[in-house]
Ligand binder design. Structure first.
Ligand code: AMP
Length: 214
């Protein structure tokens, strides 16, 4: 099994595609956004500080996120998917060091592009399961839950993420352009970058991803 990094603008479908890979192949899905939301949900002092940053659309301190990631990476031996990490060059360097320590490596970087208008529409209509985190969309027929407001997989209520509003989304997108997009050159220079056409349906994007990782 491969070790994969997803790089994409917010709401471009990283979570949806990761879910598909988990279901079909049993990958370990490591989403730093989910790990941070779990810390926020504990109501700890650290969680409250993290929440303020997430609501502003900025990036949480590298040291906090890298520590959360280290715990997850040390746990698993299967192939893993990194969704939302690294988000800047310094995190990419931390990741290289961490993987060296753990005798692991990244095999494939998948880049899913999406323009800001489409990504914003997806973010503003996005619903996520309050329990398992699976993503849905309020109006897109291809991404709607079978029963309105209820998760198909675990029957829990669907909610909107507090950072899926217009103002926060705009800062998240800016942060992506300024901090995360430059990583594409880095992964291209070491020969592991794959650009995946993300302009069709989630299923057509998934087929293209399968072709890359097979
Ligand atoms: P996501 O669920 O990937 O859209 O992430 C939601 C928010 O969590 C981001 O807007 C950041 O505030 C924070 N976050 C997630 N991953 C990282 C990371 N690798 N570094 C810093 N902040 C992060």
């Amino acid at each position: 099994m491969k070790n994969i990094i997803f790089i994409a603008p917010p709401a471009a479908g990283k979570g949806t595609q990761s879910d598909k890979l988990v279901q079909k192949y049993g990958y370990n899905h490591i989403s730093t956004g989910d790990l941070l939301r779990e810390e926020v949900a504990t109501g700890s002092e650290l969680g409250n500080r993290i929440n303020e940053i997430m609501v502003s659309g900025g990036l949480v301190d590298d040291s906090i996120v890298t520590e959360l990631l280290k715990k997850e990476l040390s746990k698993n031996d299967n192939g893993f998917i990194l969704d939302g990490y690294p988000r800047n060059i310094s995190q990419a360097n931390n990741l290289d060091n961490l993987l060296k320590e753990l005798h692991k490596k990244i095999d494939v970087v998948l880049y899913l592009d999406m323009d800001i208008k489409t990504a914003m529409e997806r973010a503003l209509g996005r619903l996520v399961c309050s329990k398992c985190g699976k993503s849905y969309h309020k109006t897109n027929e291809l991404l709607k839950s079978k029963i309105d407001g209820i998760c198909d997989d675990c029957d829990s209520p669907l909610i909107s993420r507090s950072d899926d509003n217009e103002v926060t989304f705009t800062s998240r997108f800016e942060s992506y352009v300024n901090n995360t997009k430059p990583l594409l050159d880095y992964y291209d220079s070491i020969g592991i970058l794959n650009v995946v056409d993300n302009s069709g349906t989630p299923d057509s994007t998934f087929e293209l991803i399968e072709r890359v990782i097979d």
